[in-house]
Write a protein that binds this ligand. Sequence first.
Ligand code: ZN
Length: 485
Amino acid sequence: MKILKASKIFQHGKFIENHVILIYRDVIEDVIPCSELGYLTQISEVVDFGECSIIPGFIDTHTHMIGYGLDQHMNLSNFESFEEVKEYISETIKKHKAEVYIFTNFDESKWKRKTIPSKDDLDKISKKPIFLRRICGHIGVGNSSFIDLLGKTNQINPGKCDLMNGIFWEDIPLNIHSLFPPSREVLEDAFLEAQDTFIKNGITTIHEIGSTNNFRFFQHMMRHKKLKIRVRYYISNGVPEYFDKIGLESGFGNSFLKLQGLKFFADGSVGGESALFSFPYGIKKGQGLWLLPENALTIYKRASETNLQVATHSIGNLAIKRVLDIIESTKDYDLFRIEHFEFPDAEDVERASKMEVKISIQPNFALNWGTKGGMYQSKLGDFYINNNPLRILKDKGIKFAFGSDAMPPSPLYGIQAATEHPIPEYSLDLSEAIVRYTEWGSAFTNECNFLGKIEPGLAADFTVLEPGLKSVKATIIGGEIFEYG
Ligand SMILES: [Zn+2]
């Protein structure tokens, strides 16, 4: 038995004092007043977090841990000149073996020479295939060997590249990690680094969205006892038939790794002017894109018949409306979730509330782009003030939980965004924000009796916050303590 002591414990939506948590192995035994401890202190190990507070472990309901790890792995965002970048690239090539060297997140606007490097610049570094993706993800540059290699895959679209200078935009940079899947070695480095960062930020469970390949990789990590964070996995653009054939349903797996469902895109992003709105916007003056396949309703019905959860990315008001239409037609609202839900029309908030659709919101988006003078305003004009109306969603009884989308993977930053929303009347109070990042997440995977609360019988997953609640002191997953600072 272990006794966890701290100044405050977050239980039933509020902080209580003068209590301790008893855990046995990976489960919460009890929460009792300090005065009742008695002889227990003699037969148990006491872990005293002093003035800190213990809350349930954060559940990040929408993220891409592997993608985040790969982006960090050969990350160019911290370099201040192309000279430094060149040096880092040559060093990396000497250290690692790879078919293609993919570097991400360069930002030439921070360099002295404010131009995107060219094919010739990269040719001078190495004859090995090199590709650099810009921080926005939509533009990249490759050297001659990279272009030769890409030519063999028949993926070059002359409309979306400038081969003279080795510049590519959209498809190639966006899909670079699937076009040239990283080796197991690179994937493992990226995974371990990212997992560390997520746990350091207090995250104990993630709803991870990614490829079948990465799902396989998670299983590999679990077998090798390297999976420390709980993962509920959603396959991007998955096919319900595959699951049907072998009788797989949502929630199959163990307490650390479960297959949870499928994920689709209904529209794109506001930044890329591909989120679908009911009006023209941005520089292109288009309405955005509708990305669900023609037979979406058939796919969704099939998923519902086979008890497979489906998550749909929808950001613009028109995308949200159309996705709700589709879910309404399946008559199985409980099995569906909507991701982002950033600009819902008032009538669709009502509808989503009645249908009790689960909604994963990224409060950090409001702080990243939804501020006055921010990117949303520059693209959408005054309409930006409709972004992420958290308070309204709460008051209307929407079932929503928080996720980070790994931008950045920090629930505390998300909680700050929710409590200090750029549009003050949309703000939530602190307790409400914590509950959305913990308890509500467990409801999305039907695990209310296992995760998200500090109650006897539930998993011993906690986030320990420093006084002031602005940073993480320790993260506890299944009783295992990861301590920081
Ligand atoms: Zn995402």
